[in-house]
Design a protein around this ligand. Structure first.
Ligand SMILES: NC(=O)c1ccc[n+]([C@@H]2O[C@H](COP(=O)([O-])OP(=O)(O)OC[C@H]3O[C@@H](n4cnc5c(N)ncnc54)[C@H](OP(=O)(O)O)[C@@H]3O)[C@@H](O)[C@H]2O)c1
Length: 249
């Protein structure tokens, strides 16, 4: 029986690693042996994530920045690759969800900001990561999507559109990157108890918006993220993997 950790020797970047799902994935990947570059805007939360990883014997680095800003994203990716000797896995997790509002009543600035963080941020992360993944001869990109990006929800246009775009981005990227042995898959967590969903029914992705769903803790998402990060090179790409109990479309 091998005792080697499944991500031993791997380097990962997790965006939005300061709390919630991203923090759980960063801790889970570090426990599995990866060195982890952790990104978010709130320094105190990132420091805590890195402290938790190091206290458990892992290796991590905090890089504060906004994923909507190209320069900040390149700093996160490049500093991580420089510190740990390359990059194998990118988890595009940072995201936001504005309060539920009908299009007619919505604020254009909120709408634009949601697209900038959830979709343009993914674009910046990917562009920064591709040369590093290519230099390794392959890798994994995991986009954290939402069931709302597949089925939509009245009042959740900005969020649903941003996640629908992310799902299309996932599939296009997978086609572009398969010759480089880089797989790109979407992870849909379904409702998870985090700061994002603590706003209750006003949040389009909260459990209160979808009756009968499985409300998870962030750690419940880690096994699927690990599964996607450890698939063989010939494994799945351009696929969506969901933890939702059923398809509510
Ligand atoms: N929770 C759910 O039920 C659920 C369901 C489906 C999908 N998701 C998706 O899962 C992902 C994580 O959500 P969560 O529930 O864990 O949310 P969360 O607890 O609010 O955590 C979000 C993380 O992303 C970071 N972040 C937000 N905006 C950012 C920005 N502009 N630049 C850099 N980092 C940013 C946050 O840190 P800062 O604010 O400090 O930057 C935080 O670390 C999101 O993409 C979300 O859409 C969540």
């Amino acid at each position: 029986m091998t005792t080697e950790k499944p991500l031993a020797g791997k380097v990962a970047v997790v965006t939005g690693a300061g709390r919630g799902i991203g923090k759980a994935i960063a801790l889970g990947f570090a426990a599995a042996g990866a060195s982890v570059g952790c990104g978010a805007r709130t320094a105190v939360e990132l420091t805590q994530t890195v402290g938790d990883i190091e206290a458990a014997g892992g290796r991590a680095l905090a890089v504060v920045g906004d994923v909507a800003e190209e320069t900040a994203v390149f700093q996160l990716i490049n500093q991580t690759a420089a510190a740990f000797g390359g990059l194998d896995i990118l988890v595009i997790n940072a995201g936001m969800s504005p309060a539920k509002t009908a299009v007619a009543d919505s604020n254009p600035a909120d709408w634009q900001r949601t697209l900038e963080v959830n979709l343009l941020g993914a674009y910046h992360c990917t562009r920064a990561a591709i040369p590093h993944l290519q230099a390794r001869g392959g890798g994994k990109i995991i986009t954290v999507g939402s069931g709302l990006g597949h089925r939509g929800l009245a009042g959740g246009s900005a969020y649903a559109v941003s996640k629908a775009g992310l799902w299309m981005f996932t599939r296009v990227l997978a086609q572009e990157l398969w010759p480089d042995n880089i797989s790109v898959n979407e992870l849909i967590p379904g409702p998870v108890d985090t700061a994002m969903t603590s706003t209750g029914p006003s949040n389009p992705d909260s459990v209160a918006s979808i009756s009968g769903e499985w409300m998870k803790q962030p750690k419940d998402v880690v096994p699927l993220a690990l599964f996607l990060a450890t698939q063989p090179t010939i494994g799945p790409t351009a696929q969506s993997f969901s933890l939702m109990r059923r398809d509510w479309a």
